[in-house]
Ligand binder design. Structure first.
Ligand code: ADP
Ligand code: ZN
Ligand code: ZN
Length: 731
């Protein structure tokens, strides 16, 4: 009999082992197809990872194994939905990230192909009806019929919808002179652009490209200050690779940047660009995925998960803004697109480019040690100077603007000046919403999220309180939920509040806001960016979304409204993140002919991250921060794995976490340090209590084996859930 090993999805603890089913049909079963099987009395979609012949009969098998052998009910796919390369890649990712294979497969596939029950409602392929010639003879036809026949003959085939004479068409079909054919059309309408004007490469750009193309080392860090023309380097390298008949994978860290990058690629490479990111509808994703798999695209532009695009013969993978956190997925599989890029590059013998003005410390040190090529673009295009930056101490009362405590006199005056000159302004405030919290003036308590315990943010737009962690929403209460007092006050401010304040101070200014609230409506983000680029607004107010990548030539002033946000968060990465954010934001100013300026408002004017960001001095920051990482033993001086233990009961979470931590400590592995268990900043989630353990290690084997076993022991306990995060971005 034929047996199949099938991976299936089950909620909570995804099972990391296949189940065996009998294959009852005649035709060959292929690895990589989806099947319907019964699991726990429910029909579920599974994914076949192995097919094997067993000499025993069903009865013998059941007697020997002690299990009932169920049959596969039906096979969903004619051909495997993943090829060998992708299946092996999935195994490698699952292995490295200590994540269940099924979770990797689900991440790889577009929503409609995921091995899940709901995927049975997959979108249908979208066809358009065309007409084609069967027989070109005109004998016995009327003039009108001949006219149409000749038209179709001349064009090869014609879209049926484009013709206005249904009765003539019908007749010609009846006479068997023409026929209808179905042609698949992608639902995603890719915009058309005029080809771009060729730029003469600067000598820095030429040098960078030559180094990359002629180096034995396939991985390069392109470290270029903001506005140094990295995009042109990516485009030229892509052309070189495509000339050699190979394909390009271009990743950008988030949605707000995809549309811009897509337009650059479409201007240069016509018709061959596919797009993959989360703004697409499932149907559009499905079409793009299939188009790539059929080999009809030679460039894929997309966000994190596009690293799993079924593109073949890859010659170049680019991660633009490689420092951005969103390249790391924070639920299972907890992969980082850069690591997956290395895995794919090895399989394809492809180059990898990591680009940034502020690379992650881990990346920079590897480049310095020669593990990657280190390619530097030290100057802005046209040798424009970096923006002139002033740090304003907001603790000094005399610096504050008379009409608003959120703005300094300096920033106020500069905004006024730019509005007069018709130049554009970007204001960064890395917090969305109106006010950070609602505090009771009677009992002093802030209104908190019932599921995760952090302060709720007030959103004036819809007059609701929202949790920025879990999405919990509640009405604005009339009284304090704690003591019933009527005196509630709003403290702290976010993007909405700054926008309101600006409208009050400068009623004539046209403002736009960009944050993830704006992004809740599909395509809103790219519309806002397009509007600002077309100078339909004077001031763009936003979170980190506006800080990276964008190239708005008319922006000559960037204001960091409050630079301190994030600096006090408990993570080894917080200073690096703050430095990067401020440096990148300031880098949006003065990118074209006009000189740029920036103002940083802060309560910590002497903090090294703020001082060095003001000077765009990445090198000095790197050296300072590396010393701190070394002293405190954090990456890049050690590797990290975090274990996040969740349980329904707080005691249980504490007990299990404590057991694991002490067990690990007792093992006394060499060069391994265990921190915790600790209670995280956000202590619970959907009524699950959370404890965290951090493992610092230098050599991985023992630790990985331990965690592998731990996962198997825990996976059958429904009241406990463990999330293993290899190389957590923060801790
Ligand atoms: P980065 O990504 O390094 O911050 P960009 O790639 O956005 O910088 O380039 C900054 C600006 O310089 C863009 O407007 C781009 O069109 C322009 N630019 C890039 N290369 C050249 C060149 N060789 N000649 C003229 N302009 C260039
Ligand atoms: Zn109260
Ligand atoms: Zn919450």
């Amino acid at each position: 009999m034929v047996l199949a090993e099938v991976l299936i999805e089950r909620s909570a603890n995804a099972l990391n082992r296949p189940f065996t089913y009998l294959y009852p049909f005649k035709d060959n079963l292929k690895v990589g197809v989806r099947v319907i099987v019964s699991f726990a009395n429910k029909d579920v979609v599974g994914y076949v990872i192995k097919v094997k012949i067993d000499k025993r009969s069903k009865e013998e098998y059941e007697k020997e194994s002690g299990f009932v052998l169920n049959s596969i009910k039906s096979v969903l796919d004619k051909a495997p939905i993943l090829d060998d390369e992708m299946l092996n890649l999935a195994k490698e990712v699952a292995n490295y990230y200590l994540s269940p294979l099924i979770s990797v497969l689900q991440t790889m596939l577009p929503p409609s192909l995921k091995p899940r029950y709901s995927s049975l409602k997959a979108p249908k392929i979208h066809y358009e009806k065309y007409l084609a010639i069967v027989d070109e003879s005109e004998e016995g036809l009327t003039a009108k019929q001949i006219e149409l026949l000749r038209l179709i003959y001349k064009n090869g085939k014609v879209k049926k919808r484009d013709l206005k004479s249904p009765s003539v068409i019908k007749k010609l079909i009846e006479l068997n002179r023409i026929r209808e054919i179905d042609i698949e059309v992608p639902r995603l309408k890719i915009p058309e652009y005029k080809p771009d004007e060729r730029k003469v490469l600067t000598s820095d750009q030429k040098k960078a490209i030559n180094t990359i193309l002629h180096s034995k080392n396939k991985i390069s860090l392109v470290e270029g200050v903001t506005g140094s023309g990295k995009t042109e380097v990516y485009l030229t390298l892509s052309e070189e690779v495509i000339k050699k008949g190979r394909n390009v994978l271009m990743l950008v860290p988030e949605i707000s940047l995809t549309s811009v990058m897509v337009s650059y690629y479409l201007r240069r490479f016509k018709g061959k660009v596919a797009i993959l990111h989360s703004e697409l509808t499932p149907a559009e994703k499905y079409d793009e995925y299939r188009r790539i798999a059929r080999g009809e695209a030679n460039i894929v532009v997309g966000a994190r998960s596009a690293i799993f695009a079924p593109l073949k013969n890859i010659g170049l993978i680019i991660l633009d803004e490689e420092h951005v956190e969103s390249y790391k997925q924070d639920n299972i599989p907890t992969y980082h697109a850069r690591e997956v890029a290395f895995m794919r590059a090895k399989r394809n013998d492809s180059m990898v480019i990591l680009g940034s003005a502020t690379p992650l410390l881990e990346t920079r040190i590897r480049a310095m040690r020669g593990i990657y090529n280190h390619v530097v673009l030290p100057n802005r295009i046209n040798k424009q100077p970096l923006p002139k930056t002033i740090i304003v101490d907001m603790l000094k009362g005399y610096n504050l603007c008379r009409d608003s405590h959120m703005f300094s006199k300096q920033l106020y005056e500069k905004i006024k000046d730019r509005l007069l000159k018709k130049e554009q302004i970007i204001l960064l405030i890395n917090r969305r919403g109106f006010s950070t919290s609602i505090v009771c003036r009677e009992c002093g308590q802030a209104i908190k999220c019932p599921t995760c315990g952090i302060s709720l943010t007030y959103h004036q737009n819809d007059n609701l309180l929202k949790c920025h962690h879990c999405g919990y929403v509640m009405q604005y209460p009339k009284t304090c939920p704690n003591c019933d007092s009527k005196y509630l006050s709003k403290t702290g401010f976010g993007t909405e509040r700054i926008e309101k304040e600006i409208k009050k101070l400068f009623p004539q200014a046209r403002t736009l806001r960009l944050d993830s609230d704006v992004g809740k409506v599909r395509n809103n983000i790219s519309q806002v960016i397009e509007k600002f680029r077309n100078q339909d607004a004077d001031i763009l107010i936003g979170t980190q979304m506006i800080a990276k990548g964008h190239d708005f030539p008319n922006v000559t002033l960037v204001g960091v409204v409050l630079a301190d946000i994030g600096l006090s968060l408990p993570s080894f990465r917080n200073t690096e993140k703050a430095f990067t954010l401020i440096t990148q934001a300031i880098g949006r100013s003065g990118r074209d002919k006009k000189l740029g300026e920036a103002i940083i408002q802060t309560y910590m004017p002497s903090h090294y991250a703020i001082q060095l960001a003001a000077h765009q001095d990445y090198n000095a920051f790197f050296n300072t921060e590396m010393k701190i990482r070394k002293a405190s033993q954090y990456p890049p001086y050690t590797y990290l794995i975090s274990l996040i233990i969740k349980a329904k009961k707080e005691d249980l979470a504490q007990d299990i976490a404590y057991q694991i931590a002490s067990d690990l400590t007792n093992k006394n592995y060499k060069d391994v340090k265990i921190l915790g268990p600790s209670t995280p900043y956000i202590p619970y989630e959907n009524s699950w209590h959370i404890r965290e353990i951090l493992i610092k290690y230098k050599k991985e084997d023992e630790i990985r084996n331990y965690i592998e076993k731990l996962r198997i022991t825990l996976q059958n306990k429904p009241s406990v859930n463990i999330l293993i995060n290899v190389d957590p971005f923060d801790f």
